[in-house]
Design a protein. Structure first.
Length: 149
């Protein structure tokens, strides 16, 4: 049975935004790092690829953490303060284990609400088994909204 509004027109119970899934708008070609990646290589890659951070994976491809430009800055400050060589540090030491992930099947509207209620600008996307499949950003959500209009 269809729901009708006061003018007796049928109302779509599934607005277009709710039909769109993360899978439709996520970026799946990600730059990733390993636990033993040297921080100088990480900083070089972030600068070269013009990205602010990337996931860290173990040898089996499991998502372990996230390392970003702030982590790299922390490394530089720490090593300069303690007069240590930067090359001796790896992702394992400075990555963040606190990550927000969303499932690949999550509605775009739900992700939009996460972005509105948290400081996150980008979320990691995982499948049902927890494997990293990509990421989705605020910009991707704007693209989804644009496509609806």
């Amino acid at each position: 049975m269809a729901i009708k509004n006061y003018k007796q027109k049928e109302i779509d119970q599934n607005p277009p935004m709710e039909k769109k899934k993360v899978l439709d708008y996520m970026t799946s070609d990600l730059i990733t790092f390993r636990l033993d990646t040297n921080v100088l290589d990480i900083a070089d890659t972030l600068l070269e690829k013009r990205i602010t951070g990337a996931p860290v994976l173990d040898d089996d491809g499991n998502l372990i953490g996230l390392i970003d430009d702030k982590d790299c800055l922390r490394i530089v400050v720490d090593t300069l303060y303690h007069n240590q060589p930067i090359v001796s540090h790896t992702a394992r030491e400075y990555m963040s284990n606190v990550m927000k992930t969303v499932n690949i099947k999550t509605d775009i509207l739900e992700v939009a609400n996460i972005f509105l209620t948290t400081p996150y600008k980008r979320l990691l996307v995982v499948d049902d088994s927890g494997k990293l499949r990509g990421n989705i950003s605020r910009r991707d959500i704007l693209r989804a909204i644009h496509d609806m209009s």
